[in-house]
Design a protein around this ligand. Structure first.
Ligand SMILES: *Cc1c(COP(=O)(O)O)cnc(C)c1O
Length: 428
């Protein structure tokens, strides 16, 4: 469910015509719907309501814009962060330290200190070595760091190999079979307060089955850890629930179905449950608004060249991701086309042989479901300006990240005054 709708023949975000945003801000531009984010957060909260005080910690990496985090913080969500930068963003946007969990594969001393200073609900640790470092850092600060290990349950989940994290060969967490020994090794270390266990098996999951299998393994582990004398009071079940990208594919499980499964499997664990949804909250709350530059003939189908490119929306190039592409003012005419950006890479292809709205040069198009892992991964490759972001709430809208123009990119470079060119080459 989202709030991008046709109104008088033109696509709107809530009450704002996308053409109005394009005219004022230019294209390409990301546009986010407050109502959609809030609706998804509320749906998950309702689904988890039977649980005792669950912590829903929004996975900041999905969309780290401060206005997005602030919107979700105001509706009571915490944050799951994977870097010191994300920790700082979450705190600056109003998330209290007591609602932040710190995940991430290679936490540094500086990041540990930052979170201990600012407040943290739990560090999800990835190895005994990381636990030993955190112990030293926390002890030196006279602090006690609340921790759990992220365990790898050897359950592969995820819509693509590059977003699968719970298979045995993935880099994340400690093997679930080694967990009891790992907790034993760190239990007596100073500066650590063992309180939990964490799992996250992958992203864009379209079935509950791998999640249920992983959660059952975590439930068994909690029993073993308690039997070994560890006081496990928190279970972080991660994120990963998929969202619909393609209306012709079967829809992923709903938050209600997910919540019912969680309550059935984990409701009686006697732990506080933590959730780390990212895509579920923001995926369908954003579009990338772009303009067709021109249409040129192709060997089979024409190429629609748009002013957005792989640097703005990397998911198709990185994960073979499929985004629905629609005209902002559809005429009803359809045709089969390839949709590409202007970047000098063949990977800069958004759609191949796609049956879609017919567009001509100058028409506005949107890439749907571009609220998650989209602007977050954008770059300035090919010296393209960094794409701006707009947040809509009802009939109000604001630029929440301005475009970073080419002048600013050039001004960011430094040319040392000793540059002499290449020896032996003519200087002119
Ligand atoms: C990326 C990530 C998430 C969020 O995943 P989604 O698929 O966006 O819900 C949650 N937890 C951890 C540890 C992550 O790395």
């Amino acid at each position: 469910m989202d709030h991008f709708r046709l109104n008088n023949g033109e696509l709107h975000c809530e009450d704002v015509a996308l053409s109005e945003i394009a005219a004022a801000v230019g294209t390409p531009v990301y546009v986010y719907s407050t109502a959609t984010m809030c609706r998804h957060a509320a749906a998950l909260r309702t689904a988890l309501a039977p649980l005792d005080d669950p912590l829903i910690a929004y996975a900041v990496k999905a969309n780290p814009n401060s206005a997005v985090i602030a919107t979700l913080a105001r509706s009571g969500l915490g944050a799951d962060v994977v870097s010191g930068g994300e920790y700082q963003r979450a705190r600056a946007a109003g998330v209290p330290g007591a609602k932040i969990v710190f995940s991430g594969v290679g936490k540094t001393e500086e990041e540990m200190r930052l979170a201990l200073d600012g407040g943290i609900y739990q560090f999800n640790l990835e190895s005994v070595e990381e636990a030993e470092l955190l112990s030293a850092v926390a002890a030196a600060m006279g602090r006690s760091a609340p921790i759990g290990f992220r365990v790898n349950p050897d359950v592969a989940g995820g819509g693509h190999a590059k977003i699968t994290t719970g298979a045995a060969e993935n880099k994340f967490g400690i093997a679930i079979g080694d967990a009891v020994a790992a907790y034993g090794r760190i239990a007596a270390l100073p500066g650590l307060a063992v309180q939990g266990v964490a799992v996250h098996i992958g992203s864009q999951l379209t079935s509950l089955e791998p999640l249920e299998r992983a959660f059952n393994r975590v439930g068994d582990l909690i029993g073993e850890l308690r039997a070994a004398g560890h006081d496990i009071r928190v279970a972080d079940l991660g994120g990963g629930l998929g969202v619909p990208y393609d209306p012709d594919q079967p829809p992923p499980p709903t938050p209600a179905e997910y919540g019912a499964m969680v309550c059935r499997i984990a409701g009686d664990w006697g732990t506080r449950l933590v959730f780390e949804p990212g895509r579920l909250i923001v995926g369908n709350a954003g579009v990338l608004l772009s303009r067709a530059i021109r249409v040129k003939p192709g060997a089979t189908d024409p190429f629609v060249i748009v002013d957005a490119a792989m640097n703005d929306l990397m998911r198709p190039a990185l994960y073979d991701a499929w985004h629905r592409i629609e005209a902002v003012r559809p005429t009803g005419a359809q045709r089969t086309a390839n949709v590409v950006g202007p970047v000098c890479e063949t990977g800069d292809t958004f759609a191949t042989a796609r049956r879609m709205d017919q567009v001509v040069a100058g028409d506005l198009v949107v890439f749907r479901t571009a609220g998650a892992y989209a602007a977050a991964m954008s770059s300035t490759y090919n010296s393209r300006p960094l794409t701006p972001e707009v947040l809509v709430d009802g009939s109000r809208w604001a630029v929440v990240r301005p475009r970073v123009g080419v002048d600013a990119l050039i001004a960011g470079d430094r040319v040392p005054d000793w540059i002499g060119g290449c020896a032996g080459e003519p200087s002119s």
